[in-house]
Design a protein around this ligand. Structure first.
Ligand code: GLN
Length: 436
């Protein structure tokens, strides 16, 4: 059995690490920049919190929704490899446009980043799948490694870009995010020699002299149906998980006792905790599932996703614990928050890299990129729903919202466990491993 991964994985790992550095770095300072007053040191845009959060919600949704046109461009015109490169160039230009201090430059920069991420994010993920043959047992662990790369970028960016942006000036922060993307492009260009066989454009078969896409078979239709169901799981998952940047962040600031050995930890630092947990536990969680599979126990993607959503939901039960303690008039213990993030990340690791891998196993080749695009659009919708749920907390109360999220995730996960075997038959053995 082959255990070493193809060299192309390293190239995609570092390209995506830098793209995520750029993305999460800019995201970490966006709301702070928008809400900072227009006069004084390091001036911002002087927006209200509500206006800034609204733009943030639209931005985080649109970057992922644009993955649909990004996927179509790859499938129909350019192939994934070229589309990723164009995406990286657009992101870098967009981030560097934000260095300029003008409203026009600001909106132009955002539009360029949104289009760029749409071209890059889904297609680089599909390319990871393209490194492995059908039935290759290394595929899932390849995606876990790739996912760790994402989170190396996501963990370091808020610390570095956040520091430069807040202390030295927002526009330097945006500039640093742009430099990150340029480094990603350099890695990608250098690594082309390891990517010769993946992400190339495959023209549709010629039928009666014109380019027509061949009709889908029954098996392909069933598989697409299963993928669409899994996208529903994904919307619910991210709608809960993405509370981290909003409600959980504000709750940490106001209701969690952040003093450790006499030092009050700044709230923003906790934003790096989930990504750090992914780096630490990525291979542990993947190893656990691989071990189960070796023992012949249930470890299909749909099963992992159902368990993932339940475990992530349990993380919100920890926040209910914090809210109950805070209701007594004291600040809640930090351990609630840490346990909450830990459970959320264990859930994430059972679902998110698994979903990426699953799509590359199930999607018909000619629709590979567009299916990945729809997946990311679903995560974008999840982000938007997360914002709406977070807003609800201001009326309904944090305890009710945290407990509500837990109950909803538990119920949905259990429902999936009831139906996953039925869904699995509709995959027609797409997950069967072949020893190679
Ligand atoms: N955190 C992961 C990333 O940035 C997943 C994001 C998502 O699927 N919306 O790639």
């Amino acid at each position: 059995m082959k255990t070493r991964h193809p060299k192309g994985l390293i190239v995609l790992f570092f390209t995506e690490m830098w793209e995520r550095f750029s993305f999460y770095g800019m995201r970490a300072i966006l709301v702070l920049y928008l809400t900072k007053e227009t006069l004084g040191a390091n001036p911002g845009m002087g927006w209200t919190d509500t206006r800034a959060l609204a733009l943030y919600g639209w931005y985080t949704m649109l970057v992922y929704v644009m993955a649909i046109p990004g996927g179509i461009i790859a499938d129909r015109l350019l192939g994934q490899k070229k589309t990723v490169f164009i995406g990286g160039v657009l992101i870098a230009i967009g981030q560097l446009t934000l260095v300029m201090d003008s409203t026009v430059a600001f909106y132009t920069g955002l539009a360029l980043i949104i289009s760029g991420v749409g071209c890059l994010k889904p297609n680089i993920s599909t390319m990871v799948g393209g490194l492995y043959e059908i039935g290759d047992p290394r595929r899932d662990s390849g995606f876990t490694i790739f996912y760790i790369g994402i989170n190396v970028g996501a963990a370091s960016a808020p610390l570095l870009v956040g520091y430069i942006g807040e202390v030295h000036g927002w526009h330097y922060g945006f500039g640093l995010a742009g430099i990150g993307m340029l480094l990603g492009l350099i890695v990608y260009a250098w690594g082309q020699k390891y990517l010769k066989t993946v992400g190339n454009y495959k023209p549709a078969k010629k039928i009666h002299g014109t380019n027509k896409h061949v009709p889908l078979t029954k098996i392909e239709k069933d598989r697409i149906f299963v993928l669409l169901v899994s996208f529903l799981i994904v919307i619910i998952f991210w709608a809960a998980y993405e509370q981290a940047g909003g409600l959980m962040n504000l709750y940490t600031k106001e209701k969690i006792n952040r003093i450790v050995f006499g030092w009050e930890i700044p709230t923003s630092l906790f934003q790096a905790v989930p990504a750090i947990f992914v780096i630490i536990f990525g291979t542990v969680v993947a190893g656990y599932w691989a071990g189960r599979q070796r023992k012949g126990k249930e470890a299909s993607s749909l099963f992992k996703m159902a368990v993932g959503i339940i475990v992530m939901g349990t993380g919100f039960l920890m926040m209910s614990g914090a809210a109950l303690q805070a209701a007594t008039g004291v600040k809640a213990m930090l351990i609630w928050l840490i346990l909450s993030y830990l459970l959320q990340v264990i859930g994430e690791l059972s679902l998110s890299p698994v979903a990426l891998s699953f799509i590359t196993k199930l999607a018909p080749v000619k629709y590979a990129s567009i299916m990945m695009g729809i997946y990311f659009a679903a995560t974008g919708l999840g982000n938007k729903v997360a914002g709406l749920v977070g807003e609800l907390a201001t009326h309904a109360g944090a305890l009710q919202v945290f407990t509500g999220i837990f109950i909803f995730c538990l119920a949905f996960g259990l429902l999936l466990l009831v139906f996953f075997k039925k869904l699995k038959t509709l995959t027609h053995g797409a997950e069967d491993i072949q020893e190679i």
